[in-house]
Design a protein around this ligand. Structure first.
Ligand code: GRF
Length: 214
């Protein structure tokens, strides 16, 4: 399954996906193109180093959100993409994009949705005083971080943590969870039933399987 990754930032999640490929941890998923709305972002650099084709389109060059979305769709289609993975992509996608890839757009969010959607999720969680936070991979719908949850991983918030410590603990789990989800989708093990997503064949026996749903 050909995967297109969209990003805006440093691209550590993209890097985790790139690194997972040769280890066989993406199964039949293969990253064929990386797109960004921010020129010179770390994600584009990482893709370039890995020899993955890239494109850059600035949302500022388009009068309407839909026009930007159509341009993204054209680029992804040109590369035969069948699954879109958002990895720190800081734009809200409209139905113009989502309808082109029905139930084939996923996102990773650094909190246990539906808690703390939107930006600065780690800070929201830290400031709220929760004892556990984590990350969520979900299908993307037209809302902000509202689509059906596919998988989650939990991390503790420890005494003495600052916001950065929590951010890094969550990020380490993001890097484990996202490749596993893309693999499950590419292997045809993920089905959606309303809000509920079923993932068949979730590996068990991991030391921390209690805290990771995949
Ligand atoms: C991650 O925390 C991800 O959950 C969120 O944006 C951040 C992207 O980080 N959607 P990176 O660019 O992958 O390092």
């Amino acid at each position: 399954m050909k995967v297109g990754v969209l990003a805006s930032g440093s691209g550590t999640n993209l890097q985790a996906l790139i690194d997972a490929g040769p280890r066989g941890e993406l199964g039949p998923a293969r990253i064929v193109v990386v797109g960004a709305n921010v020129a010179d972002c770390g994600a584009l650099e990482r893709a370039g180093k890995a020899g993955i084709p890239t494109f850059q389109r600035s949302h500022r060059d388009f009068a309407q959100r839909e026009d930007f979305d159509h341009a993204l769709v054209d680029e992804l289609r040109r590369h035969g993409v069948g699954l879109v993975a958002l990895a720190g992509f800081m734009r809200i996608l409209t139905p113009a994009f989502l309808d082109a890839f029905p139930r084939r757009v996923v996102n990773i969010h650094p909190a246990l949705l539906p808690s703390f959607p939107g930006v600065h999720a780690q800070k929201q969680a830290f400031d709220s005083g929760v004892r556990f936070s984590g990350c969520t991979v979900h299908f993307v719908d037209a809302g902000t971080d509202t689509g059906p949850v596919i998988a989650q991983a939990v991390v503790p918030v420890l005494d003495g943590d600052d916001e950065e410590a929590v951010r890094l603990r969550i990020l380490a789990e993001e890097h484990r969870l996202y490749p596993a989800v893309l693999r499950a989708i590419a292997e045809g093990r993920v089905s959606v039933d309303g809000r509920r997503v079923h993932v068949r064949g979730t590996p068990v026996g991991l030391a921390d399987a209690r805290l990771r749903s995949l």
